[in-house]
Design a protein around this ligand. Sequence first.
Ligand code: C2E
Ligand code: SIN
Ligand code: SIN
Ligand code: FE
Length: 420
Amino acid sequence: MKVKSKKSQTAVPQKRSSRLSKKPRSLSQQTHVIATMEKKIARLNEWRRRLAALLKYGKQAAVMTNLDDLLLLLADQAKTVLNAERATVFIVDKKNQELWSKVATGTQTIRVPLDKGIAGAVAVSGHLLNIRDVYNDPRFNPDVDKKTGYRTRSVLTAPMFSAKNDVIGVFQVLNRKVGGNFDQQDEELLTLLSEQASAHVENAQLYQEIRKVTQETIIRLAAAVEYKDQDTRAHLTRVSQYAAFIAREMDFAKEWIENLRLAMPMHDIGKIGVPDAILHKPGKLTPEEWVEMKKHPRHGAEILKDSDNELMKMSAIVALYHHEKWDGSGYPQSIKGTDIPIEARIAAVADVFDALTSKRIYKPSFSLEETVGILDKECGSHFDPDVVAAFHRCLPKIIEVMKMYADNPNQAESVQLPTC
Ligand code: C2E
Ligand code: SIN
Ligand code: SIN
Ligand code: FE
């Protein structure tokens, strides 16, 4: 890495000549040497700080699979390493011809047209730009400043390339904190950071793609199991989302929530082992029919069991225990309270909320008020009170999803889940 500045190049010969000289140094010479050494030590310390930051962030970024979190981490790293007031990583969205980014100040996403601004110019040209006074540069797009209420002075922007050499984004730092404008060292450092960041970003994008495909495969397969039901995909999407909202309200880890969200569509997969005549019976079930119906949790667990995969393990648990009740009156094992795995206690609330608010072949749909009334009435008997409390806290979001994915044959094709 070429990192020497002009200053250090002029300082080196002075030090060497004074060390080689046999003559005693004058006081002023000595003072000069000490001052030079101090400057060097300060510079070395600064580099040590930068390197330590690089290593620390590099380790964290390498294991981060969530793109939004990664972008914020990379921006934070660039800010620290380059002593900048702000940093932003923009990602190219080819389809919409835009650059988008997450800003640290919120969960909000910034979007700018790909052909506008300095960031856009770098994305299009693939060349780094170091601009000292942006408001005098015609390429500068003040829209981002307007959106964030921030005043940009100087901007250093580097492109990020994919392994296939396409520009996948740009890395931008704003307003150097000390020592004026961004210099050549900063340019080299940001280029280095961008190279590192590209690999991490591509990695996270790949993970995201895999998650999307997994989710879609699960929903399509689970829907195929209940293939006679027009509205099954919408139903599976809703219960997934409800369970994820409740779990988030209860502060579970992101990956755990993501697994629950993906596990939910498989909770009734065991119904494949229940005769159609029972599943689609318009009226009440006979006691014999109930015996068959109550086998569906075990059938489901049988289909999903014995995997080493965390998601499959959770799916098997949710399938097996989603009809257990808090007071021990559920099935198939009649276990109670916290003996019932928490993922299944959450699934129960999400499943019943959806069953009640939906029309079934054996029952009409209940109103939201009636549904919430039933859940409250069965809080502590059927349901875990903590889960019901969390359900209440995220009810506005649940209602939103309920409306967005309402049963409607025209919407039966929608298989995408909104991100949580
Ligand atoms: P499902 O239709 O998905 O219902 C899931 C759960 O929602 C039910 O589990 C129950 O806890 C709750 N639920 C549904 N409807 C009502 C209701 O009107 N009132 C109350 N308080 N809770 C309700 P459950 O009872 O163990 O049933 C499991 C599955 O058995 C149901 O899944 C459905 O496929 C089937 N099923 C239940 N009752 C009947 C019925 O009367 N006729 C037919 N054909 N199937 C039924
Ligand atoms: C731009 O690239 O023109 C926007 C700069 C900024 O983020 O303020
Ligand atoms: C029934 O009401 O017929 C039996 C339902 C149950 O045990 O869950
Ligand atoms: Fe079920």
